[in-house]
Design a protein around this ligand. Structure first.
Ligand code: AMP
Length: 115
């Protein structure tokens, strides 16, 4: 059975898509935790980051490079603004959707440490 995010990739569920290419998709989080909160996902259904394999090396690099592109597009890239990326793995990490995703958060000062 396909996950929620696979359904978004397949356009079976609507999403506010902000970026797409051959390998990944980015869309606004339905429950934003900051003025800008976007999820960047690989189209390949890797369940969670710790289950990526050597075969995913280029894909993982692609995703991180697209973080910079997205941050620029969304007006977060200036160092006097900035942003945070978060990748939750498993129960204690706070993962709720079993399709790897990078949270890109910005638009307000973010506190540290996270909860
Ligand atoms: P995580 O808790 O790290 O697994 O993150 C899953 C994220 O998916 C949460 O921030 C949710 O708000 C978000 N989410 C769940 N359903 C949707 C949806 N239909 N469209 C956009 N974001 C969603």
């Amino acid at each position: 059975m396909s996950t929620l995010f696979e359904k978004i990739i397949a356009r079976e569920i609507p999403a506010d898509i902000v970026y797409e290419d051959e390998f990944c998709l980015a869309f606004r989080d339905i429950s934003p935790q900051a003025p800008v909160h976007v999820l960047l996902i690989p189209k390949k259904p890797i369940p969670r980051v710790g289950e990526a394999t050597e075969a995913d090396q280029a894909l993982l690099g692609h995703l991180l490079l697209k973080v910079g592109v997205l941050a620029e597009t969304l007006g977060l890239k200036d160092t006097d603004k900035g942003f945070r990326i978060v990748v939750n793995h498993g129960r204690d990490g706070g993962e709720t959707v079993p399709h790897m995703h990078i949270h890109l958060l910005g638009g307000r000062p973010l506190t540290w440490p996270p909860g």
